[in-house]
Design a protein around this ligand. Sequence first.
Ligand code: FES
Length: 124
Amino acid sequence: MPSFARHVFVCINERPEDHPKGSCKHRGGVEVRDALKSELKKIGLGKTVRANNAGCLDQCEAGVTVVVYPEQVWYGHVTVADVSEIISSHIVGGVPVARLLLPDQPVHGALPTINSRPAPARGA
Ligand code: FES
């Protein structure tokens, strides 16, 4: 079974275009997820940090909604343009991106950091 240091859940829930709550899919959830996957792979974290699809995370008005586990850091209004900063600051550096945080975050302590350099090849 794979062992991931973090899971990054991205809401890709879809509702009809005229639904009053809107939906993250129509705000670019799929593109945000794809950018996360691509960027994580590019910096050698594709097997350490998993970007997952999520259904509605009940923060629809703030979509695209993203939550990072295990630390339970919630982001709102995330776009593809924010992905690099979330990865470099939060995932790698352990510092959440303050400007994207949703209010009323669960209480958490210091965040772990992750070495983004790919593991050396076996026998190297
Ligand atoms: S539709 Fe994304 S949080 Fe509800």
